[in-house]
Ligand binder design. Structure first.
Ligand SMILES: Cc1cc2nc3c(=O)[nH]c(=O)nc-3n(C[C@H](O)[C@H](O)[C@H](O)COP(=O)(O)O)c2cc1C
Length: 204
């Protein structure tokens, strides 16, 4: 009788462990505490992708904030970014990341700005040494693609293993379309992100 009870208990605990894995999708070899997800997001589209990644991989989710935020006005921001890119200005970050050495995997998320990597993300990659870590870029854009942004991540992380990135069409602030990651779009992006995470070996 005791043996039957023991077998039943083992079976129940296995099934609930399996169920947990399916629910969270977390079956990566990387420990969540060794994963950092850093993102820049103005209208929350990239943030939404970052949250999907965190829900499925775990890890610390950190928004990049500036000491001096960009103006609210879109065209003024576009002009400022173009000038920053032209002169190579790296805007100082308000966000500070403690103990970056402890992370093995660093996701870096950003929108395309002026067909480039946004200056604050250049600041981040310039300020923190990600040598020896796996760096995983992801992006949202208004439909014009990643431009030179993924290439720039590689250039600024010469001693990191830079994975194939994920990119998806997000908002188009220029046309007044801000946040789009809801409803069917959110479901579609969730599916794509899971497929990508599987391809790069972050979830089984
Ligand atoms: C300053 C600025 C420049 C942008 N430049 C581009 C661009 O060159 N190509 C593009 O496809 N989208 C561009 N966009 C649109 C954003 O990439 C797009 O809306 C993205 O989804 C915004 O992400 P977020 O909601 O996380 O801020 C630009 C947006 C801003 C604010």
């Amino acid at each position: 009788m005791q043996i039957v009870l023991l077998i039943a208990m083992v079976l129940i605990s296995c099934t609930s462990a399996q169920r947990k894995e399916i629910n969270t999708g977390r079956s990566s070899n990387i420990k969540p505490e060794k994963t950092l997800i850093v993102y820049l997001s103005r209208t929350n589209n990239t943030k939404a992708v970052a949250e999907i990644i965190q829900q499925n991989v775990g890890g610390n989710l950190v928004a990049l904030e500036l000491e001096t935020p960009y103006p609210e006005h879109y065209q003024t921001t576009v002009k400022q970014v173009a000038e920053e890119n032209r002169i190579g200005f790296l805007p100082p970050l308000k966000t500070k990341i403690d103990n970056i050495q402890k992370y093995e995997v660093v996701f870096v998320g950003f929108p395309t700005w002026g067909m480039q990597l946004p200056p604050p993300v250049k600041s981040f990659l310039n300020q923190y040494d990600l040598s020896g870590k796996k760096v995983i870029p992801f992006n949202t854009n208004a439909g014009y693609g990643i431009g030179s942004s993924f290439q720039m991540v590689k250039k600024l992380c010469p001693n990191s293993e830079v994975s194939d990135g994920y990119t998806v069409k997000g908002g188009a602030e220029r046309d007044g379309t801000l946040f789009v990651m809801e409803g069917e779009k959110e479901v579609e992006v969730h599916t794509q992100v899971m497929k990508w995470l599987h391809t790069i070996g972050l979830v089984k």
